[in-house]
Design a protein around this ligand. Structure first.
Ligand code: NAD
Length: 357
């Protein structure tokens, strides 16, 4: 198969980790007889430096035309002072919105080899951590009106959270379809005791749930969910929630698996193209040192093969290679423990690529 993949390396550790993911995907293409064409486009802080805007039109056009998009991460303190509409993160919001990527799927799964890296007690980890967060991605408060005005001699800021029925319905459907292929359990997370958006959310998700009688459905308030994720993560299979709650809960979910550097994500819409990225940010504190963990980005490439290109065997090959490298004791700094073999970002990429069969 021939595929055109747009690559956004971005800022901070972005270029380092994306280079390793591309290395692994090139190896997959060679082993399985595919032609992947990678085209790099600028977005984020580096695009502000080069073109004065976080997302040049040409970059967006190329994303829209691509078979899929692979992203590292954008942002960093260097661009903290830029106009709020031109911040590096705005580039991602615009790409997600323009591509109609309303569903963000983030697996929270513990690699057995890294179970000691989880901050949770051993008995909680041993009960199992393997769930998926289905986060609504292009609605809610991040996309509502933001304004700051003077009121009575002081500043007052407002951010509007809005959801329509169709926006909730489509992410709910993704969650139930995902659950059907997994443990057949969906928990819908909201704050219906306070927010109108959440009351609508609850009503719409319940209506979708009725169409999936084979999937167990329950609801949970977001504050309780934050607690349950650390208390008893084994209870979850698929969590479906709105944009901001999902943003926060998915970082919590990633942390309990041991390292933020290990977790991939996919952002999907109704088409087959999508955007794939690790869940972490640009990690400016370790950028340029070749010590970042590229596995989250490498596994994002695996998700792209599975979800956008329908290449399940190739995707499994990447996951198996990562698991083998961990079995052999190789670790980047963030997941290192005594007795293991410390490797750099690029060495980790080499090791995974070499094990693609
Ligand atoms: P971060 O995820 O970049 O870093 C948090 C901590 O995790 C840091 O100590 C970092 O060194 C570590 N870390 C992250 N990824 C790692 C990896 N692959 N290997 C090893 N360690 C890793 O979060 P932050 O510091 O809050 O944000 C930094 C910048 O990234 C900010 O400008 C933020 O806006 C941006 N950001 C971008 C995205 C994105 O591009 N999707 C997402 C989140 C944050």
């Amino acid at each position: 198969m021939e595929k055109n993949i747009v690559v956004i390396k971005g800022d901070g550790i972005g270029p380092e980790i994306v280079t390793e993911a591309v290395k692994v995907m090139r190896k997959v293409a060679a082993v399985y007889g595919h032609a992947f064409r990678f085209e790099e486009v600028a977005a984020g802080g580096c695009a502000i430096d080069q073109f004065g805007q976080c997302l040049p039109q040409e970059s967006l056009d190329k994303c829209l035309a691509a078979d899929s998009v692979l992203l590292g991460a954008v942002g960093g303190p260097k661009w903290d002072g830029v106009d709020k509409n031109n911040r590096p993160e705005k580039a991602l919001l615009r790409i997600r919105s323009a591509m109609g990527l309303y569903a963000n799927l983030r697996p929270a799964k513990i690699f057995p080899q890294l179970s000691s890296a989880s901050p949770l007690k051993k008995e909680i980890v041993d009960a199992g951590i393997d769930f998926v967060m289905a986060r609504e991605l292009i609605g809610g408060i991040y996309f509502g009106e933001h304004k700051t005005v003077e009121v009575g001699g002081e500043e007052q800021a407002t951010d509007i959270m809005a959801y329509s029925t169709h926006e909730i319905e489509r992410i709910a459907r993704v969650a139930f379809e995902t659950a059907r292929k997994r443990g057949k359990k969906v928990v819908s997370v909201e704050k219906s005791n306070v927010l109108d958006c959440s009351r609508l959310w609850k009503k719409v998700v319940a209506a979708v749930a009725a169409q999936y009688p084979d999937v167990a459905y329950s609801t949970m308030l977001v504050d309780n969910c934050a607690m349950q994720i650390v208390k008893n993560p084994a209870q979850f299979d698929v969590i479906v929630t709105e944009n901001m709650f999902g943003d926060i809960l998915s970082d919590e979910a990633s942390m309990i698996t041991g390292s933020i550097g290990m977790i991939p994500s996919s952002s999907l819409g109704d088409g087959t193209n999508g955007m794939y990225e690790p869940i972490h940010g640009s990690a400016p504190d370790i950028a340029g040192q070749n010590i970042a963990n590229p596995v989250g980005t490498i596994l994002s490439g695996a998700m792209m093969l599975k979800y956008s290109f329908d290449m399940a065997a190739e995707s499994d090959a990447i996951e198996r290679a990562v698991s083998q490298v961990l079995d052999e004791g190789y670790r980047t700094t963030d997941i290192f423990s005594a007795g293991m073999k410390l490797v750099s970002c690029s060495e980790m990429g080499d090791l995974v690529a070499a094990r693609i069969r």
